[in-house]
Write a protein that binds this ligand. Structure first.
Ligand code: GLN
Length: 228
């Protein structure tokens, strides 16, 4: 097959973007997560396999404990919320993000998968009601590690990555207010960075917590159960 001069020029443009370190996912404009297709853009973190661990655990607990309503905060592309609605048996799924651009993207992704989810522009749990399940993949990279991230990750929004001095700022905020937003017997699931699971679980001392490993054996998800 021979490329036309226009196709050749377009290929060179795409290659130049990739060679400059831009992630393949942003160049393609879409990526797969939980077997579903999601639009991606530089306003939101690219859906990662690590996060499938959280969705799988959430679906398992929802079946076992009959959790019927769900809220995903820091939703970004909406990949967690859309997957829960598409693959689970929730009557109601809500998603929120502090970024308007992310919520526009999450809305497009819900339409693409043919699911109905509620969309809110909100800061973490502020302004939300109460749900049986709350999920979050908040920013969790420590300040000192931000400059050390691989080139591709540095093309992703800092807003989605930066978790403060020790990376735990958002977990502290969630620990302060989650009880007002979780039904009795409900579950909170949070993705955490490598090495953070024990420190995050400590923020929820006195609650029933569980650490879940990802497929690489890293403790990736912290679950917190509210007493019934
Ligand atoms: N998993 C991402 C990374 O290490 C970080 C995601 C996040 O901060 N929530 O590149």
């Amino acid at each position: 097959m021979t490329l036309t001069p226009e196709q050749e020029a377009e290929l060179q443009r795409l290659l130049a973007r990739r060679l400059s370190g831009e992630p393949l996912q942003y160049i393609l404009g879409e990526w797969s997560f939980m077997g579903l297709d999601f639009y991606v853009n530089p306003y939101a973190l690219i859906p990662r396999q690590d996060t499938e661990t959280l969705v799988e655990k959430a679906l398992e607990l929802a079946e076992k404990l009959e959790l019927r309503t769900a809220l995903d905060v820091c939703t970004g592309t909406g990949c967690i919320a859309v997957s829960l609605k598409k693959l689970g048996r929730f009557t109601r799924v809500a998603a929120s993000d502090i970024s308007y651009e992310c919520m526009a993207l999450a809305g497009e992704n819900a339409r693409r998968s043919g699911v109905d989810i509620e969309l809110y522009v909100r800061d973490l749990l502020e302004g939300h009601g109460s749900y049986d399940l709350i999920t979050a993949n908040p920013p969790y990279i420590a300040d000192a590690e931000l400059p050390l991230l691989q080139e591709e990750v540095r093309h992703e929004p800092r807003l989605a990555l930066s978790g403060g001095a020790d990376g735990l700022d958002f977990y502290r905020r969630i620990a302060q207010s989650y009880k007002e937003h979780l039904s009795p017997g409900g579950v909170l699931l949070m993705e955490v960075g490598a090495g953070q699971a024990a420190s995050v679980a400590e923020l929820f001392a006195g609650c029933e917590t569980e650490l879940v490993r990802d497929i690489n054996g890293i403790e990736r998800v912290v679950t917190v159960r509210r007493r019934a």
